[in-house]
Design a protein around this ligand. Sequence first.
Ligand SMILES: Nc1ncnc2c1ncn2[C@@H]1O[C@H](COP(=O)(O)OP(=O)(O)O)[C@@H](O)[C@H]1O
Ligand SMILES: [Mg+2]
Length: 405
Amino acid sequence: MPSPQLLAVWAAAYRAGLLDRSRDKRHFVFTYDPAAEPTDAQVSLTMPVRLESWTSRDLHPVFQMNLPEGALLDAIRRAIAKLAGENDLTILRITGGNQVGRNRFSLPGDGAPGVVETPESLDELLSYPNTEELFTELVSRYALRSGVSGVQPKVLLEASERATATVGGFIVKSWGGEYPQLAANEFFCMTAAKNAGLPVPEFHLSDNGGLFVMKRFDVGENGLPLGFEDMCALQALGTAQKYSSTYERIARSIRDFVSGEHLQAAREQFFASLVLSVMVRNGDAHLKNFGVLYERPGAPVRLAPVYDVVTTVAYISKDVPALSIAGTKRWWSRKMLEKFGVAHLALPVAKVGQILEQTAEAVNETMPLLSAYKKDHPEFREVGGRMLAIWTEGVSELATAKAAF
Ligand SMILES: Nc1ncnc2c1ncn2[C@@H]1O[C@H](COP(=O)(O)OP(=O)(O)O)[C@@H](O)[C@H]1O
Ligand SMILES: [Mg+2]
């Protein structure tokens, strides 16, 4: 009799293989189907199709990548409390039909998992007066179809946009009392990223500031899923190790995985997003907040757009960067960042300077927008006021062009 845990793994429309615990329960084992196509059915850039099984002590990082954490995991646990043997594979089985990236999971006897959803209206999501009530309702409807990681409460859903008359996949993020006004915080940080010319997914703030909504970047224009792997997966680390790495190692992963034709753009984007995170004091730019995208294995690999930038110091005044540079986690000086860009990203000195100026300008440009919103939204006054002070300091610390060489 097959193990009750046995799962079929799909890479886009291709059946890739089977995933299970080993008999002694000490390992997780993934085995490609003998008929799996060498590239189409490949489940990760780090796991080529081969006859030999892929064995891992913990669940393979690429399969762990989208395991819900925090509030979403709690919601799923509540919903499946009656199911015996709740563990990582059960959560994958439950959320497996709709995952960020190209991989899906189903019971071995079932066909390719597909989700048929009646789309929500994006306009209504953004203008609904009681977002708390709306979000509770969305979680009850979509939690079990949301293979997405991260600690903030969020769900994956389909929504139609009146402006374009198309239906697309969205991520709806909410916030709890611990981090008040997080959606507006993220909205203005992402606006600064956009103003700096960085690629960002389409994003929205709901009218009452309760929700941050963004378009999924892991779905192609034809609606087919793109391959997405975060830096945890690429560095063969589990989610628990998302803070146990360095920005030097991300630079190395970019060099190792991003295709030649996209490498320069990826290095500039990564450097600019790092500079932005220092300027706005985002202490949560860990391994899961960077990733790569590709149409299918073997096709060109590029860096995913910028996401999840938040002024964490607005809540945790002593917060420090999520990962280290030169062995330190502190808000580095301009000189340190310049050295990092040149030594680890092979960027010319002039380019590094230009990115620093451009990012400072973008943050400065975004502050009046934040101020205006703060004036109209008294509930944002406290957090918004802190953000303005933090950004002003962050920019002034880095903006003075002192020659490092
Ligand atoms: N626009 C997007 N499209 C597709 N996947 C995304 C997008 N934004 C984030 N993700 C994925 O969802 C995960 C959680 O989103 P994130 O914004 O980082 O939430 P959190 O604040 O909870 O960490 C990310 O680690 C990434 O895998
Ligand atoms: Mg995140």
